[in-house]
Design a binder for this molecule. Structure first.
Ligand code: AHR
Length: 492
């Protein structure tokens, strides 16, 4: 029997709610058709935002939403997306399929979406093809409460009060689609941008996030931290799990063999090492100023579904992907002393989505359900959790059978989230929580074949169901089905 030991006496601190953040880009059907259908649509909406999608995201307590990209951000000129819609220019989305972008979803619409979702906005500014002035004006437009040219423009466009936009990104993937820059050059530009990102209301500070490294480019993090760290709050990191490890043939979302299943999980677990190493670099460089790590793009990236636009990045979402979400969130929880935000890519209809839509139909993916099972971790105190478990899978891609994290909320309730990565074997587990005498234990599990997924005809094929637990001294025992994610809540 595997053992889980939870030591509530030791903690790395509070799990930032923003670790459960999301990312939405002008890409494929994420914004248009996914989140936004326009006021005139037959699909039920409030001010153009899909009511079904908004309700589903509210149910998992979405804390923060990153927008407008991604690569799109460094081609985006915010003035194109404000003012009367009839007057907004149509542009070409050069990154994603060369389709027409009519700019009907712009700053006001994004901030209305965040209002409806009850989440914080995180805007990525344009460094690659924009200017310092443009970014500075955008911040003034959104956040200036007094008298100024940009505040006047915002009012003329129908928004009197300033918005609270706490998070601003200084470009995206500046090493790639955001300008193909050298780290040294970007770091200098970053200093310049950061200088003109003004705070107009001291009660609403601005959190400045530099465009960070791709995967294990530690030299990028070091250079940006050394040269610009004093003007920043955080540096980002992007890491995608490519099931096969090959960009040309990434692997299908819901059709793969056992070898690819374990290889994907091993690749997903690599984010632990990445977070650890990037954090170490930042700590070593910025000794007197703590920089946060913002993992603002992560998730599994598969081949697009057959028959769909290759530039739209539409993929199904399987139980394997649910496990990838589970281990990633466990890892972020356990690095809550450095990881201040994470944004899974992307919210609706793109990459590892929470939600897929087809016309007026919507389904919740297995990954969505993981965010539901884990939502109690948001803002809770991380507590130490050790899994005594064997390795499973082929030698080259062996992964721990159990992967877990735990937290305790203000009421003293303990949430333990555990994934059984074994594709075929269930796992009996004994969980020991010394000193905790729980009033009640609630347990839910998401389980199925690794390829199991929800479709528009069977939208509830994969969904959480109750899991039996047996109470024991100082804890409980339970059996986790193969390929499953469980959440145990021990009520204080
Ligand atoms: O999420 C899709 C793309 O992946 C983003 O636009 C870009 O930042 C990354 O390369």
């Amino acid at each position: 029997m595997a053992k889980l030991l939870v030591n509530a006496a030791r903690s790395k601190g509070t799990i930032n709610r923003n670790i459960y953040g999301h990312f939405s880009e002008h890409l494929g059907r994420c914004i248009y058709g996914g989140l936004y259908v326009g006021e005139d649509s037959d699909i039920p909406n409030v001010n153009g935002m899909r009511s079904d999608v908004v309700a589903a995201l509210r149910a998992i307590d979405i804390p923060v939403l990153r927008w407008p990209g991604g690569c799109f951000a460094d081609t985006y000129h915010w003035r194109d997306g404000v003012g009367p819609k009839a007057g907004r220019p149509s542009i070409v989305n050069t990154n994603w399929g060369g389709v027409t972008e009519d700019n009907s979803f712009g700053t006001h619409e994004f901030l209305e979406l965040c209002r409806q979702l009850g989440c914080k906005p995180y805007i990525s500014g344009n460094v690659g093809s924009g200017t310092v002035q443009e970014m500075s004006d955008w911040i003034e437009y959104c956040t200036m409460g007094g008298v100024s040219p940009m505040a006047a423009l915002r009012r003329a466009n129908g928004q009197d009060a300033p918005w609270d936009v706490p998070y601003w990104g200084i470009g995206n993937e500046a090493w790639g689609c955001g300008g193909n820059m050298r780290a040294e050059y970007y770091a200098d530009l970053c200093r310049q941008y950061a200088t003109y990102m003004r705070v107009y209301d001291p009660a609403r500070p601005i959190y400045k996030i530099a465009s960070g490294a791709n995967t294990d480019d530690y030299a990028w993090t070091k250079t940006v931290a050394e040269r610009a760290g004093g003007l920043l709050d955080a540096i980002s990191l992007h890491y995608y799990t490519i099931p096969t490890g090959e960009w040309q043939h990434k692997g299908a979302a819901a059709a793969f063999g056992t070898a690819e299943y374990y290889a994907s999980l091993r690749r997903a677990l690599f984010i632990d090492e990445l977070v650890e190493n990037h954090s170490r670099v930042m700590r070593a460089v910025c000794k007197d100023r703590k920089l946060g790590l913002v993992v603002d793009e992560w998730g599994v990236w598969c081949d697009v579904e057959e028959g769909t636009h290759p530039g739209f990045l539409y993929q199904q979402n399987s139980m394997r992907d649910a496990l990838i979400a589970a281990v990633s969130l466990n890892i972020f929880n356990d690095h809550c002393d450095t990881v201040v935000m994470a944004n899974i890519a992307q919210t609706v209809n793109v990459l590892q989505s929470m939600i897929l839509t087809e016309g007026d139909r919507m389904l919740l993916t297995p990954t969505y359900h993981v965010f539901g099972l884990y939502k109690g971790h948001q803002g809770a105190r991380q507590v130490e959790c050790y899994a005594q478990t064997k390795l499973v899978g082929p030698e080259a891609d062996a992964v721990p059978q159990l992967h877990a994290s735990a937290s305790q909320n203000a009421e003293g309730d303990l949430l333990l989230t555990v994934a059984n990565l074994d594709e075929a074997q269930s796992c009996p587990v004994e969980c020991i929580v010394p000193g905790m005498s729980a009033r009640a234990i609630e347990a839910l599990v998401l389980a199925g074949d690794a390829r199991a997924h929800n479709t528009f005809d069977a939208p509830q094929a994969v969904q959480p169901r109750p899991l039996a637990v047996t109470r024991a001294a100082d804890g409980f025992t339970a059996t986790l089905p193969p390929c499953s994610v469980a959440a145990f809540t021990l009520k204080a």
